[in-house]
Design a protein around this ligand. Structure first.
Ligand code: ADP
Ligand code: MG
Ligand code: ZN
Length: 619
């Protein structure tokens, strides 16, 4: 090629363009804002979405054209402290913004500062040079080695982006409370150890197993246990790591991963958060994402490509099987699906036993009491709970974990950090009346859960708290139970009103009223518990791509809408009247209880009931 001016121009243009992007990509996030550097911990995109759904995200700052977010979140896993976490966003997702808005998250985007014209100029001069130098170097090196041009092209290879563990060291005994899933997997272990049993009778071995379940239920742990039991290497990668800026990189990573795995067969390939790549193709606002689709196609091809008997089993995990591409679920791919659910009482007890093994726990502590107090806790929550309790124990220089530390840890995980109690003041009295209001209604209404304790020691956002012993089965709740809950929730505000007068009521009941409204609304629109009849008028969001809440389908006329509002109003009104009655009739007891509460700051459930029983009968 002759080097003319025209040629030079043609060549330098793309380089300039490329260098500009490289420049932005490399330096923009750093020059933007110092905030960026503060966030030392990172979180995957999938986890981030879960955090949003749980309402744990408080603030989101977008950088780097929306590719990076620094979030401020608080959650049980973060020790209930607000922490800054960095999240790489795989795609600039418009639905993310709407989702954040609908959750009321504080959102801010930081543009790349444009006062850096000088820098841009330097960058534009610097990078072409750098590029030319490095390209020359690369070409020289690759022509020196026997590998040919391979080296220059190897940038798409996974730079140790998947982890390999030769021995995971996890065994089935470390996984508790999910027996069905374990049984399913014992078969797979047998296959990895003794494939001939299966091939002798002509059985086709499953290639892929999909683990479905909420976060923290032990999916990763289970996958590791299979590798550990079968004594085979464990290759793992997270779905979000496949999704890259350059089209084709993800696909080449998949290829690479499978290649390495084949060299090491028998082995386990574990793909965490497969929903990041395996989403239904061609959906979502703004159309598909080329890179993701290519990656997914490559994954499908690879899974079809190896024979069932090579000894590779692909295990994938997700908490959202509903959004997976149907091609992934076809036979010959992830044709086995195993649900891993939040453990029940028995499961929790077993998990606690596993995690209590290496802790010094007072023999007087009964793990079953802890299991009973923690419905809804995942395996990870329980592990965290015992760890928190151990930390509290060490802080107090005790040598054994007692029930007291465990109780404190549970409270902390559910409601946040403990604060210091208010000094005696009018607002302390008001809070005391408010909490006693909840507790007494909860005790005197027949179908309400039992009061576990009432306390004036603030935790998290709450300035006082009434704890109820949660019922084991939260999935089947009767109409009278919901009404009882509504009354219990109204108890705080009603007491404030009756004791201090209408003009003195506070904003403290905001949260309670939100719950009241939502319960009443669901009674009418979802559970057919009003005179509109047994109709389901609103579904929970059915379109996961629109973000939760946004896709709420409401297929009814305006007339019905008016009726719904009236029904909700009637339900709340009736509950309110009953609550007022209870509070007025028991004013003497309430005053007495408030005095005790202010003096002691915490009343345990049994003592609470004993005091009430001196005055009236508990149903
Ligand atoms: P997932 O992958 O489902 O989000 P993990 O497997 O990463 O959850 O679980 C996190 C931690 O929680 C585990 O390392 C383990 O300590 C604990 N854990 C979760 N589930 C269980 C379980 N079923 N049995 C024992 N420990 C568990
Ligand atoms: Mg996991
Ligand atoms: Zn309240």
């Amino acid at each position: 090629m002759k080097l003319s001016w025209k040629n030079l121009l043609l060549w330098s243009l793309p380089i300039l363009v490329v260098s500009f992007f490289v420049w932005q990509g490399l330096f923009a996030p750093v020059t933007n804002d110092n905030n960026n550097n503060v966030a030392s911990s990172r979180m995957t995109y999938g986890r981030f979405l879960e955090y949003i759904d749980m309402g744990w995200v408080k603030k989101v700052d977008l950088y780097d054209n929306g590719h990076t977010a620094i979030i401020e979140a608080v959650g049980p896993e973060l020790g209930n402290r607000i922490q800054k976490i960095r999240v790489e966003l795989p795609i600039t997702a418009p639905e993310l913004i709407t989702k954040l808005k609908s959750q009321g998250v504080d959102l801010d985007a930081h543009p790349i500062k444009s006062n850096t014209a000088v820098w841009n100029l330097i960058g534009n001069l610097f990078f072409p040079l750098l590029l030319i130098i490095s390209l020359t170097l690369l070409f020289r090196r690759s022509s020196n080695t026997t590998g040919g041009p391979g080296q220059a092209m190897s940038f798409g290879k996974s730079k140790a982006l998947f982890q390999v563990e030769a021995k995971t060291g996890v065994i089935f005994d470390d996984v508790a409370g999910i027996d069905e899933a374990k049984e399913e997997f014992e078969e797979i272990v047998t296959f990895l150890k003794k494939p001939e049993y299966f091939t002798a009778v002509g059985a086709r071995i499953p290639k892929g197993v999909l683990l479905i379940g909420p976060p923290g239920t032990g999916k990763t742990l289970l996958a590791k246990a299979i590798a550990g039991e079968a004594n085979v290497p464990f290759f793992s990668i997270s779905g979000s790591e496949f999704v890259e800026m350059f089209v084709g990189v993800g696909a080449s990573r998949v290829r690479d991963l499978f290649k390495k795995a084949k060299e090491n067969a028998p082995c386990i390939i574990f793909i965490d958060e497969i929903d990041a790549v395996g989403r239904q193709r061609g959906t979502g606002i703004g159309g598909g994402n080329d890179e993701r689709e290519q990656t997914l196609n490559q994954l499908l091809t690879e899974m079809d490509g190896f024979e069932g008997n090579t000894g590779i089993i692909v295990i994938a995990a997700t908490n959202r099987a509903d959004i997976l591409d149907s091609a992934l679920l076809r036979p010959g791919r992830f044709d086995r699906q195993v649900n891993v659910d939040i453990p029940d009482f028995k499961g929790r007890l077993e998990i606690l036993h596993v995690h209590a093994r290496n802790k010094k726990i007072d023999p007087k502590v009964s793990l079953s009491i802890i299991a009973r107090r923690t419905p809804g806790f995942s395996g990870a929550d329980l592990a965290n709970l015992l760890n928190e309790a151990a930390i509290l124990t060490a802080k107090q220089r005790k040598n054994k974990i007692t029930l007291q530390e465990i109780d404190q840890a549970i409270d902390r995980i559910i409601a946040g950090m403990e604060g210091t109690a208010l000094i005696d003041s009018k607002s302390k009295r008001l809070i005391a009346y408010h909490e006693i209001g909840h507790a007494i209604v909860g005790t005197l209404v027949k179908d309400h859960e039992h009061v576990q304790k009432v306390t004036l020691i603030p935790r998290g956002q709450a300035r006082g708290l009434t704890w109820f012993t949660p019922a084991e089965d939260q999935s089947l709740i009767s109409r009278s139970q919901i009404k009882a809950r509504i009354m219990g929730a109204l108890g705080g505000r009603v007491t404030e009103e009756i004791v201090f007068g209408e003009s003195e009521v506070t904003t403290g009941a905001g949260n309670d009223l939100q719950q009241v409204t939502s319960m009443a609304r669901q009674m009418v629109t979802r559970f057919g518990m009003s005179n509109i009849g047994p109709l389901s008028l609103e579904n929970e969001s059915s379109n996961p791509f629109l973000g939760r809440g946004m896709g709420n389908t409401s297929e009814y006329s305006d007339e019905i809408a008016i009726k719904i509002d009236k029904q909700i109003h009637d339900i709340v009104e009736e509950c309110y009247k009953n609550t007022v009655k209870i509070i007025k009739n028991n004013r003497v007891i309430i005053d007495k209880l408030v005095d005790v509460l202010i003096e002691k700051e915490t009343i345990e459930g049994e003592e609470f009931r004993r005091i009430i029983e001196q005055y009236t009968k508990i149903p």
